[in-house]
Design a protein around this ligand. Structure first.
Ligand code: FES
Length: 178
């Protein structure tokens, strides 16, 4: 358990997030436990990652034990236990994209964004490799369901299709300019 008592996410839940959580739980009248993943998505969308207090808060809310939530957070790579960069570049590495050059593309993105391509995650559910200035994270993901336009990247919420290594520097430059 690593979070500081002074910056616990559970102490900073805004009213609109709380209302959304309450509403989402009503979708699962038979078993509150089924709301675990939806609540984790809401939490990460708001805070950017899920700290210890978030795990405990969600568990209490759903009448579970913290380990029931912790195991989800550490099982699914989508969930993070640490903050990621402001812009998250997700490069698909599944077959069609891998054959179209996504491994080289990831290296290009890392190079252009100042992210250490050899960075290793410290364990399950940690943040992806992130640039020292905190602007960019680059990570691999599995199929983004756009195999016909491989290689494909998801940058924050926007899909980039048929991406070439040559255009990577200008994409990153535009993103950095905001
Ligand atoms: S393999 Fe990359 S989008 Fe499907």
């Amino acid at each position: 358990m690593t979070s500081e008592a002074t910056s616990r996410q559970a102490d900073q839940i805004p009213a609109d997030l709380l209302a959304e959580i309450e509403e989402r739980i009503t979708h699962y009248p038979v078993s509150k436990r089924s709301a675990s993943l939806p609540l984790l998505h809401l939490w990460q969308n708001h805070f950017g990652f899920i700290d210890d207090s978030g795990i405990e808060w969600i568990a209490t809310k759903l009448e579970l034990t913290p380990v029931n939530i912790y195991e989800l957070v550490t099982f699914y790579p989508w969930f993070r236990r640490e903050a990621a960069g402001k812009t998250i570049i997700r490069v698909c590495r599944t077959l069609a994209c891998a054959m179209a050059g996504s491994y080289g593309l990831r290296e290009k993105f890392c190079e252009a964004a100042g992210v250490d391509v050899h960075h290793e995650s410290h364990g399950f559910g940690h943040a992806p490799p992130t640039s020292p200035d905190g602007k960019f994270s680059v990570e691999f993901v599995e199929c983004l369901a756009s195999c016909g336009t491989a290689p494909v990247c998801l940058i924050n919420d926007e899909l980039y299709e048929s991406v070439t290594p040559e255009e990577v520097p200008s994409i990153v430059k535009e993103l950095a300019a905001g």
